[in-house]
Design a protein. Structure first.
Length: 198
């Protein structure tokens, strides 16, 4: 029988969904290592923060090497830039792809030899991956992430490792509540309310 999950690595640990996940895992008594560019406002004996820009693969590799025991990976880091056709920004599209897709691929590939039976990989997707006007670049990066997750799930199943993606709707995070960060004002989803992370 696989050993229980004890140590979890979480990206995007300084705010939003990532921080909420870290907080909940700590409440459950797990050892948590958080990666982010900014230090999270978290103080807990079971929490270790490592400053890391996921766009810098050398720094990411160093952070992974400094975390010797990882039973689970949760990739919650992300951001959104929006624009309609005719105004798409190539740099924004590349940045979203790099963080949501390339960084995820790099981490899982690097951790592959270290993952044991019972390990867990969780990626944070978005309902937007189904397509949304003005959000094509963001949707594309999240849809690609979903494709990778499905492929990894098939590949790692024989080793007893699960790979999943959750796709929340509009979530009350700094990215949603600060219109300037996404380029468009927040809209209520069809269900008519927001989900809070705390």
């Amino acid at each position: 029988m696989p050993e229980p999950i004890q140590s979890v690595l979480v990206t995007g640990a300084s705010s939003g969904i990532g921080k909420a996940i870290v907080t909940r895992l700590l409440e459950q008594g797990l050892q948590v290592t958080g990666l982010s560019r900014r230090a999270p406002d978290l103080q807990h004996p079971n929490f270790t923060w490592r400053e890391c820009d996921l766009n810098d693969f050398a720094a990411l590799d160093k952070a992974l090497q400094q975390t010797p025991h990882i039973d689970a990976l949760i990739h919650a880091a992300g951001f959104m830039r929006t624009a309609p056709l005719g105004e798409l920004n190539d740099a924004d599209g590349q940045a979203m792809w790099h963080l949501h897709v390339a960084a995820a691929s790099h981490m899982v590939n690097a951790l592959y030899p270290r993952l044991r039976a019972g390990s867990r990989i969780l990626m944070i997707g978005s309902r937007t991956m189904q397509g949304a006007a003005g959000r094509s670049q963001y949707a594309a990066s999240k849809a690609a992430l979903q494709g990778m997750v499905r492929s990894w799930a098939i590949e790692l199943a024989p080793r007893g490792i699960t790979v999943n993606l959750i796709a929340p709707g509009a979530t009350e995070t700094p990215m949603l509540l600060a219109p300037g960060r996404s380029g468009t004002p927040p809209r209520k989803p069809p269900i008519g309310r927001f989900f809070a992370t705390g």
